[in-house]
Design a protein around this ligand. Structure first.
Ligand SMILES: [Zn+2]
Length: 403
């Protein structure tokens, strides 16, 4: 009996106290560098269990567990996704990296990327679980590991078929409350040059691998990449170079690692062709080997969701009705778990998350009021997806709202 009463009281507690903020504080206080997600994943799993929700712990070896929780509803299946891990602490922090509230800003490592969005999703999910089954869609909440590493968590969800019924994926990465409808993809390229060894006093007898590779790297930023109307252009950036001589010799080998962000229409064959052409243009000598740097999960490919997709229109409409402005449409310059949902899972993937700043750097922060708006927006969107009547109700509420 007491348990039953407690369960009924819980949602009221949620509504009156602004659980998002309390949850955000707790999530930021738990360190969760990728590879060390055990504690945060157990915390989130236990929290959902306390609310009577079914929890599956999907172990990702060496990274803790993904949390999967599913509530059944009508019509369609919506996946809510957030990552639990953060990057390293880095230097230069003037705020407490484990949580510090100042006005509307909550500072902390991972506050924006993406514990703010994750808190919003968790609370929206808990509140959606209290709706009658006929007034909500089927919702699969997923909190994943290793997003900042190799996306092992999200890949495992997809690979093991956990999301096979999904009609839509919503990711709460920080987007300043814009709807992000796609992102570039990425290849990490390894360039290896084999030259010819000779005495360093007679360099012309050899082929200097370092010098040859340098000539190629020097023109890489000028390679003409493809332009996409939504995603912008592809880009190159050299990340690492290494080569050394064996004593007083002409260096025989050199290698570089180069980042290549790609847009739709730029595949691996095209990238290889570009680099070979560039090598020819600078009359590079020696043998050039071009390969992809091995990774434990598949390549991250570019994707977009059409702006007139029905889910996009509906989410935009719900946001406008709630907050009195149309959300901006944006596209991601870089990669994330959303690339896997948008390509390998092949389901419309919308990224929508709170206002924040300084992610992956010192004094990262997220706006508390924005986290609340994001939570409200997700919850209302789920209600609208669950019941055709809810949108009309929202319009009516807006019409009667005092201006
Ligand atoms: Zn992130």
């Amino acid at each position: 009996m007491i348990r039953k009463v407690f369960k009924r009281l819980v949602p009221i507690f949620v509504l009156v106290s602004g659980m998002e903020t309390e949850l955000l504080k707790k999530l930021v206080s738990i360190p969760s560098h990728f590879g060390e997600e055990d504690e945060i994943s157990n915390f989130i799993g236990s929290l959902l269990e306390e609310y009577g929700l079914p929890v599956e712990y999907q172990e990702v070896e060496g990274f803790g567990s993904n949390i999967i929780s599913k509530i059944k509803g009508k019509r369609i299946t919506v996946v809510l996704n957030g990552h639990m891990d953060t990057v390293g602490l880095g230097s230069g922090w003037r705020r407490n990296p484990w949580g510090e509230l100042d006005g509307d800003r909550f500072y902390g490592l991972g506050s924006a990327d993406m514990k703010g969005g994750l808190a919003a999703l968790i609370v929206a999910f808990i509140e959606a679980s209290n709706l009658p089954r006929r007034k909500r869609p089927t919702v699969v909440f997923t909190a994943v590991v290793d997003e900042e590493g190799y996306s092992r968590g999200t890949w495992k969800l997809i690979e093991e078929g956990k999301l096979k019924d999904a009609n839509l994926v919503l990711v709460a990465e920080p987007t300043n409350e814009s709807l992000m409808l796609g992102a570039r993809g990425r290849y990490v390229i390894k360039l290896k040059v084999r030259g010819k060894k000779a005495h360093a006093a007679r360099p012309h007898d050899g082929i200097n691998a370092i010098e040859e590779l340098s000539r190629l790297l020097a023109i890489i930023p000028r390679i003409k990449t493809r332009k996409h109307s939504k995603l912008g252009s592809g880009s190159y950036c050299t990340l690492y170079v290494h080569g050394e001589a064996d004593g007083l010799s002409v260096p025989e080998e050199a290698e570089a690692i180069v980042d290549r962000h790609v847009v739709i229409g730029e595949d691996w064959e095209r990238v290889v062709r570009e680099l070979k052409n560039a090598a020819e243009r600078v009359k590079m000598r020696g043998d050039l080997e071009i390969s992809r740097l091995p990774r434990p999960t598949p390549e991250m490919l570019p994707y977009i969701v059409r702006e007139n997709n029905r889910f996009v229109s509906l989410l935009s409409r719900v946001y406008s009705l709630l907050w009195g402005r149309t959300p901006e449409i944006t596209y991601g310059k870089s990669v994330g778990d959303f690339n896997y949902f948008g390509t390998y899972l092949g389901v419309p993937t919308i990224v929508f998350g709170p206002v924040g700043g300084n992610w992956h750097s010192a004094d990262e922060w997220v706006s508390i009021s924005s986290v609340k708006r994001v939570k409200e927006t997700y919850l209302e969107f789920l209600r609208v997806l669950g019941s055709g009547k809810r949108l009309a109700e929202l319009v009516e509420m807006k019409d009667y709202a005092p201006s």
